[in-house]
Design a protein around this ligand. Sequence first.
Ligand SMILES: [Zn+2]
Length: 375
Amino acid sequence: MHLDRDWGNYLTVPLTTATSIPTLRATFKQLSDLFLLAEGGYLPVTRFQGSREIRHVAENMHLTTGEPWSIPVLFPISDEQAAALKGAEQVRLEDAEGRAAGRILIEEIFPLDKSHYAAYIFRTEDPKHPGVSWLLSVGSHSLAGSVEIEPGWRLDIPGGLPYSPREVRALIAARGWRKVVGFQTRNPIHRAHEFCTKVALETADGLVIHPLLGETKSDDTPVEVRLACYRALVENYYSPGHTLIAGFPAWMRYAGPREAIFHAQVRRNYGITHLIIGRDHAGVGNYYGPFDAQRIFSEFAPGELGIEPVFFDTVHYCRKCGAMTSPKTCPHGAEHHVSLSGTAVRQLLKDGKSLPPEFSRPEVAAILLDAETRT
Ligand SMILES: [Zn+2]
């Protein structure tokens, strides 16, 4: 099973009006946002945002109330759904299995200015950008309002990891950690990222490896394979008293710099105090400069985001140094470095070859090779 699923074309799902409250079958992305809004994951944002707020966030990276916020939270609906919901005070949401997930207390139904949103949030209107492509694929209207989730309803997240902000904050508190480094990832962790997490952990009390488990692009590594890699790596190479793996149930926007700010603010709500921001964080293709996602943090006042970024340059193994290094620590040329692009990694695995030990831990390489030979 791959997470890049589309839970039915919700544009064509009719509203159920058998009861007095209309019901809408929500997509995974909508349910993920519903969950994070209701559980305090998006604080200070607690509702699907209205037209004025969306425009203000897009143009100012702040809410109309003054707090920072970088990616407006939408609930896109079709023309037909917008018409059918006209005058309704609330809408019930159900998940793909037809379970009641929660409801939105409707404050506004409005046409989405997709061009404005794309230009500010994705910094491009190119339909080939996966975020723009998503935006173009959704309905023309959006729904704003506060949310409630159905008691006992849980988001369908694989892996059995704790993933609500409350759960993760409690686990951090139980360990007595005060300075907590977080690592966002949507890929298997290779040695370069292991190095970054451990360097950051040296100055902190604990590390939260926080893989995004909501939807990613279909060509990203399947979530079950990634989870097996994280577990094997942590079991064999991390100190259990200082490391926690938790799930991040959000979906990828691929908004690069804007999403780095979003990732940081949401992680603050999980109890993380310092978030690692590497090269091209949350980027895709060549839409963003390699360090744009680091530079954007300087647009906020010190302390404003409530979480500190920890920046890393490109890291690779240097044969001459005999260590993991970066341009900051290694004077040697590229011929001494073990560095593989995502495409090169895929090709090696496709050819049935393992990844070099300087690039990937053997336990991780074995899981990836096994997954490749099974497909
Ligand atoms: Zn070197």
